[in-house]
Design a protein around this ligand. Structure first.
Ligand SMILES: O=C(O)c1ccccc1N[C@@H]1O[C@H](COP(=O)(O)O)[C@@H](O)[C@H]1O
Length: 214
């Protein structure tokens, strides 16, 4: 056992949730961004949440969501953590934490060294930070594009809160990603899919094996 935590995001059906938890994921992510091929409605997520094992963290991924929509979502789905994956400011992170009382993980996109100060800023306000690849210019999705960033940019860097590495991770590259960055938590979506939004149990198992054998 490596002691590295795994999050598998964008789960849409009960079989995929079970396969992810059985494979060893400690966080399961539900995606509430309507434009995503991984979108689930609050009603669908509420049904899936019922069978998530105790001790596995249910994360809700939202993108620049307004308070009233977020409130309705949290009233319907028993989430354990909110993942903010849009343009939410540090002030907005604090607001969401205070208003909804759940831990907040803020995704921060990295493309080059200019993006690194943002990580420090969000690490001061969020409960966790998700160090993700910045989406390509003009992309529809602010994440979930299956593209890694240059891991050398964060080699040896540490923040004062727990952090996850994301962006284009796969069963084949996650070992190298961990070795280069020292990540103790990893997160992915596309890398365990056969097509956008379709999770594959064998790929999830292969990914978790690759991480857990580190
Ligand atoms: O997966 C999506 O469709 C998505 C949509 C909007 C915001 C974030 C999204 N995905 C998150 O992006 C990272 C990395 O994903 P990938 O492994 O590169 O596909 C991960 O946190 C996903 O949850």
């Amino acid at each position: 056992m490596s002691g590295i935590n795994i999050k598998i995001c964008g789960l849409k059906d009960a079989a995929a949730c079970k396969a992810a938890a059985d494979a060893g994921a400690r966080y399961l992510g539900f995606n509430f961004f309507p434009k995503s091929p991984r979108y689930v409605s609050p009603t669908q997520a509420a049904a899936l949440a019922v069978d998530v094992p105790i001790g596995v963290c249910k994360v809700g991924l939202v993108v620049d969501m307004e308070d009233d929509v977020l409130e309705a979502l949290l009233n319907e789905v028993p989430l354990d953590m909110i993942q903010l994956h849009g343009h939410e400011s540090p002030e907005r992170v604090l607001e969401v934490k205070a208003r909804f009382g759940l831990p907040v993980m803020k995704a921060v996109g990295v493309r080059d060294a200019d993006d690194l100060p943002s990580l420090e800023a969000y690490a001061r306000v969020a409960d966790q930070i998700l160090v993700d690849a910045k989406p390509p210019r003009g992309a529809v999705l602010p994440g979930g594009n299956g593209l890694p960033f240059d891991w050398r940019l964060i080699a040896g860097r540490r923040w004062d809160v727990p952090w996850m590495l994301a962006g284009g991770l796969t069963p084949d590259n996650v070992g190298q990603a961990i070795a280069m960055t020292g990540a103790r938590q990893v997160d992915l979506s596309s890398g365990v899919e056969t097509s956008p939004g379709v999770k594959d149990a064998a790929l999830m198992s292969a990914f978790c094996q690759a991480v857990l054998s580190e």
